[in-house]
Design a binder for this molecule. Structure first.
Ligand code: PLP
Length: 967
């Protein structure tokens, strides 16, 4: 590498330099990275470099840009967008993110680089924040149990649908959906209902329930038209007829109006976007799902609960983990894995910062603006359709809707055209009296005489809307119950308190800003600051997903670039960025396969072959599209059992829809038979789904679209640097060959897309985080991307060599090589010594490290994925810790320490448990806290001791515990 090359972005992103790589290669026993690639990957799929020494496909990428150049290009793309005043509503509202939250959460790597809290002892900070989120949702919806976030409002509605279907267990497959739910919600419901045989009956529920049987009812409060309906009567009647009711509820409105739980509804769902999370052209933001206590065990997604640690102190961890799709596989009822943790944390902290009275004041102000708007319109002789509304005013303008919409646009305000005769105007936290005036002027109206400027009723008297003379609609403030009374929502109301609260929570966790996170299958690589910076620029962040296309040419160019680059990298022909997690990409991909078979007159093809080693989401996604999952065995070496595969392909030949196979495998190996496997499936008319979540081992080396895949999803939050955010956001693009392109996700509200197959609420899913992946590809260029893959593979093989002497490496490929991760097998150790994977994982925290992936895909093992971003020094320190732990295991085996009292079983050790005078364990306190000496690394003090998960599941508690619990 020349001097100038040291300043390329790739040299900053990739941890090991040339010398370090030489050291690694020597340990592995190969002469070069190229030789390593030839040994690790099957010759049949490894792409030879072009004449110009570039990886095929990647030659279509622009040459690598520096950070400064990429940011300049992104700035130009941002500048091409227009940030209009958005009064479109329809589920997306402008909001004012408190700067203390933007800076200390969204822009803070301690929060955004964390992983899903599977190791709860070093994740107490984000678990507490998520518990606040759950408590907030419960309080505002009036229901007892809420999960820790959904992907968006549309998919939350779909999960509500399947939850009710399951809970009722009746004979009916009919779901009644009110006409006044958001169109994107109805679209996602339609997509998800069809393969499950659920029939959706659309009805105007204000006129009563339709005839016939049905298992559930879905309505919205307020409705898409803005109207507030008291649903209690509908709930009572639905219950009498044996059906459940789910209400889509706007949480800001719920500070004023009677929440779903108090009307008897069984389920509430919706979005928390307007709690301080920018619209972001559609995402990401946290959806939510809340249920009555009796349905708690049916709730999909992750649920944070309170339990106790080994010293009896309250501690948080994910509750009811056995419900997760990883365990239930094809019996799963949901495939959600990555959710929206970072955005849920923001929404929860927004509620903490404003408190109950602050939120209600914002709600009253929003409502006041809407009333002022309605008053001005009525005074001006314009017809306002509903009298009961919160923030959205529906206006009747016979034949003139498009004209009014365009005139508002010319005045700098985007409003929503409902149909030829109606527009709706939504107020939000950012609305001002000037905005209201600007809209009124479009109708030739002016602020109503009595309303006065600002029109916001004084935010003083109780929770109700202050009596206003400006609009004679009824007072909507029907809520009488209290909410957000827990100290989590009263203590942090000043910036100083909030700043310190966020810092204290982050300090409890291990994120990438403290150590490597060697989680196999998760690809915890660098999320560079230059990649992250643009996502908060208002030109990207403050865009409504249904804004006129003319407002967002820069974003659309960015999306088109990314689609092109991803097709080049994967060898496919078309990509959709709509799915907002890997699971959703899987779902969209399988839908495309299904549609393709149906179009060819073979709708009966419904068998999906899935190797036993697959990620749990694979089987869950297949179940959700109504496929029959047939499991293919693996051989002793971890590879797919070719004989079993061929037998099952032949057995189901006429009914075979797809094979879902992860490549490289979830065992961290490049299977050499992949081309044969794909051919066998194609020979009988099946399609091949290559799960591309492990693409970090393939970019620039092999292309799934060329070695046999018909469709893949990628995880931009793994390979392409979107941070994991503690368990979301994510983007799970689905990439397909030409013949499947027309079945990619569409959206009813995006002119350029077909109407069908919406899998997310927004046309481009979590669009506002796409600049991260754009910047990564732009700055790495073809050579950087390929070098990253090779380095990731080298690093994993180096670890396999160094640790292989101490822990058996479970699976390797033909030449003894692993791919980008390796599985350390502890089963024999456990059998002989009693020391478990849990003990090792928890003990690593005492050494200052985050544990590898535990017991996935093989129980009793640890899967290590270093990624290319970790330096050799960091990788070596991890190896030293693991080797030292092996020494501790040997001491247990030798009887130096008893099986039930040793530093492994006692791990992790808090400062509190060591700072005692009556220490009576057979190991010393120094051994507990500083096993490799004080100079080894900065000490991480876990805030709690080992957590008893089962206790918490027996005593389920999923909202903030009383403060006395911590006394
Ligand atoms: C991470 C992962 C998934 C699921 O992706 P999410 O974004 O969490 O839904 C699927 N398959 C494999 C192999 C994975 O590693």
């Amino acid at each position: 590498m020349s001097d100038s090359e040291n300043f390329t972005f790739a040299a900053r992103h990739i941890g090991p330099d040339d010398d370090a790589i030489a050291t690694m290669l020597a340990t592995i026993g190969v002469g070069s990275l190229e030789e390593l690639a030839k040994k690790a990957l099957p010759a049949g799929i490894l792409d030879p470099l072009t004449e110009d020494q570039v990886a095929p496909g990647l030659d279509q990428l622009p040459p690598a840009a520096t950070e400064d150049e990429a940011l300049t290009e992104l700035r130009a793309l941002a500048d091409a967008n227009t940030v209009a005043v958005s009064m479109i509503g329809q589920g997306y509202f402008d909001t004012l993110t408190p700067p203390v939250l933007r800076r200390n959460i969204l822009e803070n790597p301690a929060w955004y680089t964390a992983y899903t809290p599977y190791q709860p002892e070093i994740s107490q900070g984000r678990l507490e924040a998520l518990l606040n989120f759950q408590t907030m949702v419960c309080d505002l919806t009036g229901l007892e149990v809420a999960n820790a976030s959904m992907l968006d409002e549309g998919t939350a509605a779909a999960e509500a649908m399947t939850l009710m279907h399951r809970a009722v267990r009746g004979s009916s497959n009919r779901l009644v959906v009110d006409v006044d739910v958001y169109r994107q919600t109805a679209a996602v419901l339609a997509t998800r209902a069809q393969p499950l045989g659920i029939e959706i009956v659309t009805a105007d529920l204000r006129q009563g329930l339709p005839e016939g049987e049905f298992f559930g009812v879905i309505a919205q409060s307020p409705g898409a038209s803005g109207v507030i309906t008291d649903w209690s009567e509908v709930v009572t009647q639905a219950h009498e007829r044996g059906a459940l009711v789910a209400i889509g509820a706007d949480l800001l409105a719920m500070t004023l109006i009677t929440p779903p739980g108090e009307t008897g509804a069984d389920v509430a769902f919706g979005s928390t976007q307007r709690f301080g999370v920018p619209m972001g052209f559609g995402g990401p933001h946290a959806g939510y799902l809340a249920v009555h206590a009796k349905h708690a065990r049916q709730l999909p997604g992750r649920l944070v609960g309170v339990s106790l640690d080994a010293d009896g102190a309250p501690a948080y961890r994910l509750a009811l983990q056995t419900r997760e799709q990883h365990i239930r596989r094809d019996k799963a009822t949901s495939n959600i894995c990555t959710a929206q943790v970072l955005l849920a944390v923001m929404a929860a902290m927004y509620a903490s910062y404003h408190g109950a009275d602050g939120l209600a004041a914002i709600a009253r102000r929003v409502h006041g603006h809407a009333r002022a708007l309605a008053a001005g319109l009525v005074d001006g002789g314009v017809e306002v359709v509903h009298r009961e509304f919160f923030d959205t005013v529906l206006v009747r303008v016979p034949g003139g809707a498009a004209q009014i919409r365009d005139a508002a646009k010319a005045n700098g305000v985007n409003i929503w055209q409902v149909d030829d005769d109606h527009v709706s105007v939504s107020c939000d936290e950012a609305t001002t009296a000037q905005h209201v005036e600007a809209v009124l002027s479009v109708f030739g109206a002016a602020p109503a005489a009595t309303s006065g400027r600002g029109a916001a009723p004084a935010a003083t008297s109780g929770r109700g809307v202050a009596a206003g003379s400006e609009f004679d609609g009824p007072a909507i403030a029907t809520r009488t119950s209290e909410f957000l009374t827990h100290p989590a929502f009263t203590r942090y109301r000043t910036e100083t308190e909030m700043m310190r609260y966020l810092r204290s929570l982050a300090d409890k966790d291990i994120a990438l800003d403290r150590s490597m996170i060697p989680l196999g299958s998760c690809t915890m690589k660098l999320n560079a600051a230059a990649e992250m910076e643009p996502i908060t620029w208002p030109e990207f962040a403050r865009q409504h997903p249904f804004a006129p296309a003319s407002d967002t040419p820069g974003l659309r160019k960015l999306i088109a670039d990314l689609e092109t680059w991803l097709t080049a990298i994967t060898g496919y022909d078309a990509v959709s960025l709509q799915p907002n997690a890997g699971s959703q990409g899987e779902y969209a991909g399988l839908l495309a396969i299904q549609a393709y078979h149906a179009e060819r007159g073979q709708p009966d093809r419904d068998v999906c072959l899935i190797p036993s080693s697959a990620h749990g989401t694979n089987a869950a996604s297949a179940a959700l599209v109504g496929m029959r999952v047939v499991v293919v065995a693996c051989r002793a070496n971890g590879d797919v059992d070719l004989d079993d595969l061929r037998a099952k392909v032949n057995e189901h030949a006429d009914r075979l829809s797809a094979l879902m196979i992860t490549y490289p495998s979830t065992h961290g190996v490049f299977e050499h038979d992949i081309a044969d496997i794909c051919a066998a499936v194609h020979d009988v008319g099946g399609q091949v789904y290559v799960d591309g979540a492990n693409l970090n081992a393939l970019v620039g080396l092999a292309r799934p679209g060329r070695f046999g895949g018909d469709v893949s999803h990628l995880n931009l939050h793994k390979t392409f640097c979107i941070p994991h955010g503690g368990g979301g956001p994510g983007v799970g693009p689905v990439a397909v060959r030409e013949h499947l392109a027309k079945f990619l996700p569409g959206h009813p509200l995006a002119d350029e897309l077909p109407d069908e197959y919406a899998v997310s609420a927004a046309p481009y899913g979590s669009a506002s985080i796409l600049p991260i992946s754009w910047a990564y590809i732009r700055m790495m260029g073809a050579d950087g991307l390929r070098a990253a893959s090779l380095t990731a593979i080298a690093s994993a093989n180096y670890i396999a060599r160094r640790l292989g002497e101490h822990y058996p490496v479970l699976y390797t490929g033909e030449n003894g090589m692993v791919a980008h991760e390796c599985i350390l097998d502890l089963r024999v150790i456990t059998k002989e010594t009693g020391v478990t994977v849990d003990d090792v994982a928890k003990r690593l925290a005492d050494y200052g490290f985050h544990a590898p992936t535990m017991s996935f895909p093989v129980a009793g093992t640890l899967m290590v994925e270093p990624t290319e971003s970790e330096s050799l020094a960091e990788v070596d320190a991890f190896c030293e810790a693991m080797i030292a732990i092996r020494g501790e295991i040997d001491a247990v085996a030798a009887g130096t320490w008893p099986t039930d009292d040793n530093p492994l079983r006692g791990a992790p050790h808090t400062a509190e448990c060591l700072l005692v005078s009556d220490w009576d364990h057979p190991y010393t306190r120094e051994q507990a806290a500083y096993p490799l000496g004080k100079a080894f690394r900065p000490k991480v003090w876990p805030p709690v001791r080992r957590i008893d998960g089962a206790y918490g599941d027996r005593n389920l508690m999923c909202s903030c515990p009383p403060v006395e619990a911590f006394a």
